[in-house]
Design a protein around this ligand. Structure first.
Ligand SMILES: Nc1ncnc2c1ncn2[C@@H]1O[C@H](COP(=O)(O)OP(=O)(O)O)[C@@H](O)[C@H]1O
Ligand SMILES: [Mg+2]
Length: 386
């Protein structure tokens, strides 16, 4: 897919209209780099007219050697010999005049042809799916949902599932699962460029269910040393090995959370039925829109969605402008199960909330999770049917 880079939102919107559906937009080169690190299907980068020529050419020059399969298409207000010569030297594939949508389309078609030819017939590696659970509010149930979702998926031993605690300062995934990790993402700090799956694997803590966990640092101050680049590399390495990577997140748009969200395949947004939370979720959705994050891949989960509070699902849908994908009521059993270290999908697979979680998992992954009530074998009491 093509990726557009331009700091001007209006220009981006205009360009996206002319580009194939599924094209993405980035406002900075940093975000472009992160994005390209995580994707294999991008074949062209369109550099918009509001980028400085020098910056655009420097990027093109780097891409020529680092990402030679991706064609750079440069859009300029004025195309003269000087621009063309410099662009050619920097490895720009095509220079197009701003507003000439037909020429941009043709340039992208050619970039696609080159990309297919260069890629050859090597099969694309199958990467695990990243499922991120996010909310701008704390205490709304992100960790509860992440942990149960991961356990529901891991219930079938044939699925390799990793749960990543990206609430780096106050993460409580490990304690929720009664794990005592000796290693965490903290031990990967500084290994951005050398990191591979073997290294990440040695930082994981196994749970008795078969689920693997990448724990948050034990002390909050380590958060600031976990860079966006590290988050990207870690998730990418995990994708090479696991079928599903469930990411629990912090209730902020910090660099690490944004990076994880940027690379996510599906995003579960958790909200509760109170006006301050809904307001914050609304603002967060606008931010996700602006950054083109998980468009068409967002799933709203209403937690503590009890009827008594006065705000119905229809009201929420109209406030947030998205349909409710799942509803979980307040239940002491959910909290008690978590406190006992046996989250609800494991301790009570027949509980209504366990069914909600499995239905959500099906929606996110396309897999049907079959609960086999007749079997009582420990934590493997339900199966996923492919
Ligand atoms: N539907 C629910 N019913 C009862 N308790 C819940 C429910 N969802 C979450 N909780 C409890 O609320 C608290 C906060 O949930 P948690 O998942 O840690 O939120 P977050 O990760 O968003 O901060 C936990 O004690 C959890 O057990
Ligand atoms: Mg949490």
């Amino acid at each position: 897919m093509p990726v557009v880079v331009d700091p001007d939102q209006v220009k981006v919107a205009e360009l996206l209209k002319a580009l194939p559906p599924g094209s993405h937009a980035m406002d900075t080169f940093e975000r472009l780099e992160t994005w390209l690190d995580q994707r294999d299907e991008e074949y062209a980068v369109v550099l918009g007219p509001n980028l400085s020529l020098d910056a655009a050419l420097t990027l093109s020059d780097q891409m020529r050697t680092q990402r030679p399969t991706i064609g750079v298409v440069l859009i300029r207000q004025a195309v003269d010999t000087d621009v063309l010569t410099r662009a050619m030297h920097a490895g720009v594939r095509e220079v197009v005049s701003d507003g000439d949508m037909a020429a941009i389309g043709a340039a992208l078609d050619r970039a696609h042809e080159v990309w297919i030819a260069l890629r050859g017939s090597a099969p694309a590696p199958t990467l695990g799916k990243v499922l991120t659970v996010f909310s701008p509010k704390g205490g709304v149930g992100k960790t509860t949902v992440s942990v149960n979702l991961a356990l529901a998926l891991a219930a079938d031993a044939s699925r390799k599932v990793c749960l990543v605690d990206m609430d780096l300062a106050f993460g409580d995934v490990a304690i929720t699962l009664q794990l005592f990790p000796t290693h965490s993402i903290e031990h990967l700090i500084g290994s951005e460029s050398t990191l591979d799956f073997g290294l990440v694997h040695s930082m994981l803590t196994p749970h008795e269910s078969g689920l693997m966990v990448l724990a948050a640092p034990s002390l909050p101050d380590a958060r600031d040393r976990v860079t966006g680049a590290l988050v990207t590399r870690v998730i990418k390495a995990l994708q090479e090995h696991f079928d599903y990577i469930v990411v629990d997140s912090a209730p902020t748009f910090d660099e690490q959370t944004l990076t994880a969200l940027d690379g996510t395949d599906e995003c579960v947004i958790v909200a509760t039925l109170d006006v301050p939370t809904l307001k914050n979720v609304r603002v967060a959705l606008d931010t996700l829109d602006m950054l083109s994050i998980a468009l068409d891949h967002r799933h709203l989960l209403l937690n503590r969605a009890d009827d008594q509070v006065g705000l119905g699902a229809d009201k929420v849908e109209s406030i947030l402008g998205m349909e409710v994908a799942a509803r979980m009521v307040t239940s002491m059993e959910i909290a008690a199960a978590t406190n006992a270290g046996q989250p609800i999908v494991v301790s009570s697979p027949d509980h209504e909330s366990s069914k909600v979680i499995r239905a959500l998992a099906t929606r996110l992954t396309g897999e049907v999770l079959d609960h086999d009530a007749s079997s009582t074998a420990g934590s493997r009491r339900f199966r996923i049917r492919r």
